[in-house]
Design a binder for this molecule. Structure first.
Ligand SMILES: [Zn+2]
Ligand SMILES: [Zn+2]
Ligand SMILES: [Zn+2]
Ligand SMILES: [Zn+2]
Length: 241
């Protein structure tokens, strides 16, 4: 466990057995207690991993699930664990307090790599913590921070503006699409109406033709009638034989 996070315990054999987890055999990290009769204790990480595949205490086999785990927060235990002496695997520094190890990594470990505080405005410098102060004397980003920050803000505002404009354009495009659809509908309607008009015209024409032929028929009829009546008249005046 210790080596994963960059340190090893000094005089590990001399560490009291009651401070060690029976799963990883290392001093507790975030210790928890179970509700077993003997309140067995483990690192939280170790017992949670165990309970993923088991449902009993690894020491006494009593039923156990992760809701039964209680964090141990008593100062006396936490302090003793924090004060355990460790050695940094990266830089070899000894006699560090375990509770202070993260601090050591961040601020004083010679093998640790830190970033420039101007990383947020794109300074890509990284280096050992003890080189940082000399970098900062020459860091252009840090010295131009106010200017760079204002440029960043301006850029951000422009981006927002572009986003707004894009959404307006999208709205206009949607409106145009709707208008086009309406136009298409109207055009279809007009086409239907002009077809109707053509049909009506044809009907009108046919009716006109029929009227002409009726009139012609009538005229022929009246001519026949005239001829008939003339011949009757002639008959009336014929001398009797
Ligand atoms: Zn453990
Ligand atoms: Zn137990
Ligand atoms: Zn170190
Ligand atoms: Zn820098």
């Amino acid at each position: 466990m210790g080596s994963d996070i960059g340190f090893e315990y000094m005089n590990e054999d001399s560490i009291n057995h009651s401070l060690k987890c029976s799963i990883c055999n290392q001093p507790f990290v975030h210790p928890v207690s179970t509700n077993c009769k003997k309140k067995h204790k483990f690192c939280r990480h170790c017992i949670e991993q165990w309970l993923k595949h088991n449902s009993s205490c690894p020491t006494c086999r009593r039923n156990l699930n992760s809701e039964d785990l209680i964090s141990i927060t008593e100062d006396i235990v936490v302090d003793v664990l924090n004060e355990l002496r460790v050695k940094c695997i990266r830089c070899g520094k000894t006699d560090l307090e375990r509770g202070d190890f993260n601090n050591h990594l961040k601020n004083s470990c010679l093998s640790a790599i830190v970033s420039c505080p101007a990383q947020d405005i794109k300074c890509l410098w990284t280096g050992h913590p003890n080189q940082l102060s000399s970098h900062l004397k020459h860091c252009t980003y840090q010295s131009l921070r106010p200017l760079i920050v204002s440029l960043f803000n301006e850029n951000h505002q422009l981006k927002q503006h572009v986003t707004q404009l894009t959404s307006h354009i999208k709205e206009y495009q949607d409106d145009m699409k709707q208008l086009k659809e309406q136009l298409n509908q109207q055009a279809t309607k007009i086409e239907g109406q002009s077809n109707e008009i053509i049909q009506l015209k044809n009907l009108w024409k046919q009716n006109g033709n029929q009227a002409v032929s009726v009139r012609n028929a009538l005229m022929r009829g009246s001519q026949v009638a005239t001829v008939v009546s003339q011949s009757q008249l002639a008959n009336n005046y014929l001398p009797a034989v």
